[in-house]
Design a binder for this molecule. Sequence first.
Ligand code: 13P
Ligand code: SF4
Length: 306
Amino acid sequence: MDNRHQQQLIAEIKELRKEKNAIILAHYYQPNEVQDIADFVGDSLQLAQKAAATEADVIVFCGVHFMAESAAILSPDKIVLLPDINAGCPMADMVDAEELREEKAKHPGTKVVCYVNSSAEVKAESDICCTSSNAQKVVDSLLNEDILFVPDENLGKFVAAKANKKIKYWPGFCPTHHRLGKEDVLKARAENPEAKVLVHPECREEVWKEADYVGSTAGIIKYAESSPAKEFIIGTECGILHELQKRCPDKKFYMASDDMRCPNMKKTSLQKVRDALRNLSPQITVPEEIRLKAIGALERMLTVSK
Ligand code: 13P
Ligand code: SF4
């Protein structure tokens, strides 16, 4: 897209945002130009908190389906837009409510902790949600010792390594993070011996065991900002580099692998944001019966995260 066309789209988005009293929320994995037009850029928890608290009439969620759905659960009186209706999360699709009900029936008394990367129906079957930044706090908040963690096995194992609880995992994973292997990290370290390795807990155990820091996208950014180190190897989706470079212009960032791009997060474009605002579509809604069952798990998470 040429620069003039881009500037025209940005001007139209700004105008429409004002006209519709809209807020644009974007995840750190979104394309750079989408992050730049957003009112707020954050990790999954920060975005859910913003969506729950906003006074805007319209929320344009630049992220993937489960994020917009969580916003629709938390703010039922708002119009929630997902600029590309096909922006899903393959990990969220790895568990469905029927399978979860069957598993719960086999283990009565088990508490279900569900990663926010899940459908509204799965949240409706869960006791509490978590994100990568509060998973430890959420698990620690449960008095119950038996926990079923869905759907991210890697995050579940990372949390279990620190918690004194019996945790069963669902065999789900994020394809973008799961692709990263220990050999990639070792190679990146050999090439950049001074660099600290910062990875997301959606990575495999063999990867987070090699890291200097493991945390959510917001956690990784905070760590890089406050660390005296000048070089970092990053083990999460490549969109995070935009915020890292903005906040730390004097530091160097190397991706742990060239293959860490989430195709769904990259489906948003300025044109789709403009069209979503102009047409107030595609809208994300959740049937009231499901919403009422799902909201408890999300609200309990927000309470624990305060
Ligand atoms: P966080 O935003 O919690 O870091 O999670 C990353 C992610 O994979 C979102 O899809
Ligand atoms: Fe889902 Fe992974 Fe993409 Fe996040 S990065 S939306 S977890 S596939």
